[in-house]
Design a protein around this ligand. Sequence first.
Ligand code: F6R
Length: 380
Amino acid sequence: EKQGFRHFMLKEIYEQPSVVRSCLENYLDSSWSIDSIEARSPITLGAAAELCSDVDYIQIVACGTSWNASLVGKHLLEQLAGIPTMVQYASEFRYFPSPMLANTLTIGVTQSGETADTLAALEMEKQRRMGLEFPYNAKILGITNRPESTLTHMVDCIINTHAGVEIGVAATKSFVAQLMGFYFLALELAYRRKTLSLEKIEILIKGLRKLPNQIEIILEKQGEQIQELSHNFCDTQDFIFLGRGINFPIALEGALKLKEISYIHAEGYPAGEMKHGPIALLDAKVPVVAITMPGVAHEKVLSNAQEARARDAHLIGVTSIDNAESRTIFNDLLFVPEIDEILSPIISVIPLQLLAYHIAAKRGLDVDQPRNLAKSVTVE
Ligand code: F6R
């Protein structure tokens, strides 16, 4: 069933264009147009949209990759819909919850819908709000890839991420599908709360529709390049991933993927934090991967990358900008198609997944079943 791929993880990475397509089909109203006479939302989230339309705050609980996706979600909910959003580790929140806020939507994000810490955090939140009246009542939304899971029975409604069954322990297509869920939620809320103009919403939707082809281009163009590149890192012990703004969580995700399947120590940092400590780690033995998509963060990440270069680090850039400056700063460039910064996480994560995969495969490791990890962590 690997359809010619060496591992399920690789197959699942290559399924991402069709996963994004099916998310678009499920959650975009294809007949919507900015000129429609009848005013209606371009997004079709149904009950999930009703649940959150008038909340003042959002708190998200999740673990691992789902937590990384939630950090991207926070950027979207805050920047597009203007809703203050907190992201909590479920394993912490269940024992050390933040004070209850009024009129708050709690979102549990779990690919499997079975992660014990996430379910317990949601249960705790439900219990402590039990019997309280509006505006302190519990409103809980789940984002999951398993609509038949335990999560679904605990929450008021779910957003199904439509990634299909994921077999590789390292989450890839389910992560991208969670991001899509957050784009739809944030755009729906932006539409309802009028925090974005219809013109801006239309531009973002057009951008979302381009994603499947753009991911295909990366997979076609970079598969081999990254496989070649990964030869250089078979004996590497540490990796640093840098990003800023909406791509900081992608730096975390790149580092997590590499740790999980290649057993190489890796950390993701918001690039501006390097000088506050981690820069001391850098030398010629520590490669640095910097995500520098065009936008507010671009120049900043470039100058942080230059600081790393000055410490002899091997620099790998993930960027859509092919110019003399990028070619001089970076030792290797992983090019991705041009895209609005706010949509870029779905694009920038793809080369990082491929990099983690090829390094682990080159090291001859059991990519689909990494040591000490399970697909669903149903124990505390
Ligand atoms: C990452 C990974 C784990 C999971 C985490 C949460 O590749 O597989 O970090 O993301 O255990 O799992 P779910 O999303 O099922 O709650």
